[in-house]
Design a binder for this molecule. Structure first.
Ligand code: ADP
Ligand code: ZN
Length: 595
């Protein structure tokens, strides 16, 4: 075996160099050691087991929870000339039998298997007969019972080590927190595995978080501001909102598709398939969508409602820009989001321990949305990583103005107290503004000392004050009293004038952001890039694979920029390995020459 890891990277994958700790991980595994890899989405986990499988004798067995993901990975590997296959419920018994025969016969280098199939007596038997190069356990956090991706079948994977102790294993995940890490080690029997933690930074993603004012108008402004014709994901908090938003976007002329767990299976699968294969679709989804989606050219992920935690937010936004090109993570949030989430937690059937954890996670997330410092620094600190202000998030680009809201806070908290801690923000604000509404008359709140004392701020600003007081823990939501606002321990020092309170100035509505720049859209090469994309579409149809399996946007952009005239020049471009050069080189040169 004369090939080196770097040689394979260059020749088969067409990439010039390893990223981050890939080389070390590959070396560990190729030498028979075990590894546990924590790397953000898009970091390049797949190569960490694909290359060792190619370097070692036998076939690498990859456990992966999602069928769509397996199919894409296998299609991509075959395009590279690697003998790969998958076994899952989508195959006919006959097709599965052929794959099994190839596996045992030593004709495969990589085999992707669903966890429930891996542990059947039949497959364990095959494993005993075949030469296995390594086991890769992808999405290893699925073994964690605390996580939202828990897969009971993953618990059985510890058997692999017991039955095949000589076969090295690698567990990979994009979930970073320490608890999950320990659970993976313990449950998968990976105590000895060497730990590789990559930086979780995703420098090409621009983070922007804004208060909700008029969601739909804000969303339209966001889409029009440089995101037209781009593929993106819009996360909504509920199925109903998914449906409504998708429908409305379609009426506005956007190619939007809904996705949530309540949709008919076939519809859901078709929508996912279309999102993967077609260019420029918008997927409107609940968090049910996304795991195992490794579409590299998702240009934006937008949250129309507050996610549950920073982990969730980071995992969801991480689906943007896996190809390393500029991408945007955009979120709008409002007070109603906080109230809903608190109610979710309070009303859940789970025990107190869970509620405390969930509540602390929500607080951390509110800290992120309210931060006056760099979003990336806040995010990375949360994952235990030090960082410098990034220059690529909203607070870095347009530093928020802070204002001393001590007086306003005092008035707001007094009004909550005087009205009996029984009302939501809407009514309390009416009281502050001195509005004679029916409710005000009914409760005789126009007789209170706080009635009409808040004329210096308009309603919208009062909303922001209440939202931020909630985020800062100076107000709480009382779910035994239908979501009424109540005071907390954090309210007292403010009421007594002992602590100053600062608020972020509400962003001026819809300030246009600076557009994420795409090299070839701005400069020359735009027409050529379009022509290359059109060619790629036909090639993808011929091969019946998603377009990005043929070439990534980043590769086509480089072709458009460098305009290679010979196969030799073409071979120097990242993403064009030997096999693809042979299959497509001539066609690409023709497109370049004719444009
Ligand atoms: P993950 O599974 O960690 O989310 P992938 O393995 O899908 O990430 O890799 C993300 C993208 O980065 C893929 O398109 C992959 O081809 C690309 N990639 C991975 N490693 C390299 C590398 N060393 N050089 C260039 N591109 C790479
Ligand atoms: Zn920043």
């Amino acid at each position: 075996m004369s090939d080196t890891a770097l040689g394979l990277l260059n020749r088969v994958f067409g990439y010039p160099a390893f990223r981050g700790r890939q080389a070390e991980i590959i070396e560990t595994l190729a030498g028979g050691g075990e590894a546990m890899v924590l790397m953000p989405t898009g970091g390049g986990k797949s190569l960490c087991y694909q290359i060792p499988a190619l370097l070692r004798d036998g076939c690498g067995v990859v456990v992966s929870p999602l069928i769509a993901l397996m199919q894409d990975q296998v299609a991509a590997l075959r395009e590279l000339g690697v003998a790969a296959a998958f076994l899952n419920s989508s195959l006919s018994p006959q097709a599965a039998a052929e794959v099994e025969a190839d596996f045992v016969g030593g004709r495969l280098k990589l085999l992707y298997v669903a966890p429930e199939r891996l542990l059947t007596p039949r497959f364990l038997q095959l494993l005993a007969q075949a030469r296995v190069a390594l086991f890769a356990i992808d999405e290893a956090h699925c073994v964690s019972q605390w996580g939202h991706d828990f897969r009971p079948e993953y618990l059985g994977l510890s058997q692999l080590h017991e039955r095949f102790p000589q076969v090295p294993r690698i567990a990979l995940t994009a979930t970073a927190d320490a608890t999950t890490q320990e659970e993976i080690r313990a449950r998968l029997n990976l105590a000895e595995a060497q730990l590789f933690v990559a930086s979780f930074d995703r420098p090409n993603i621009r983070y922007r978080i804004t208060e909700k004012q008029d969601s739909r108008r804000q969303l339209l402004a966001f889409l029009r501001d440089g995101h037209e014709h781009q593929a993106g994901i819009l996360y909504c908090g509920s199925r109903r909102k998914v449906e409504e938003t998708a429908h409305w976007l379609q009426q506005e002329g956007y190619p939007a598709l809904p996705y949530h767990a309540g949709l008919d299976n076939r519809v859901r699968e078709r929508n996912q398939e279309r999102f993967l294969r077609e260019d420029g679709l918008i997927m409107v989804a609940t968090i049910a969508f996304g795991m195992g989606i490794d579409k590299p050219d998702v240009r934006f992920v937008a949250h129309l409602d507050l996610p549950r935690s920073i982990e969730g937010y980071y995992q969801e936004t991480g689906r943007a820009g896996r190809d390393g090109l500029p991408a945007e993570a955009w979120m709008i949030w409002g007070m109603a989001d906080v109230v809903t989430q608190r109610r979710f937690i309070d009303e859940s059937e789970a025990g107190d321990a869970y509620k405390r954890v969930a509540s602390a996670k929500l607080d951390a997330l509110l800290g992120l949305v309210e931060t006056a410092t760099c979003r990336r620094v806040t995010l990375l600190n949360y994952f235990g990583e030090a960082a410098q202000p990034c220059g690529n998030c909203d607070t870095c680009l347009e530093p928020p103005t802070l204002w001393d809201g001590s007086e306003a806070a005092k008035k707001a908290l007094s009004a909550v107290y005087r009205t009996g801690q029984r009302f939501g923000a809407g009514h309390v604000i009416d009281v502050l503004l001195g509005k004679h509404t029916d409710k005000v008359s009914q409760w005789q709140h126009d007789r209170l000392s706080v009635f009409g004392i808040g004329g210096e701020l308009e309603e919208k600003r009062w909303r922001a004050v209440f939202r931020q007081l909630l985020a800062q823990g100076r107000l709480a939501v009382d779910h035994d009293a239908y979501g009424a606002l109540k005071l907390t321990d954090g309210s007292r020092p403010v009421l007594r004038g002992e602590e100053a309170v600062f608020f972020r100035e509400v962003a001026r509505a819809m300030r246009p952001s600076r557009k994420a720049q795409h090299p070839s859209e701005t400069g020359a090469g735009g027409a050529l890039f379009d022509a290359l994309r059109a060619w790629r579409r036909t090639a993808a149809e011929r091969h019946n694979v998603p377009a990005y399996v043929i070439f990534h946007d980043s590769t086509l952009r480089q072709v458009a920029a460098q305009k290679p005239a010979t196969l030799g020049e073409l071979a120097g471009i990242a993403g064009i390995g030997a096999k693809k050069l042979e299959a497509y080189g001539a066609e690409i040169l023709q497109v370049v020459a004719s444009c």
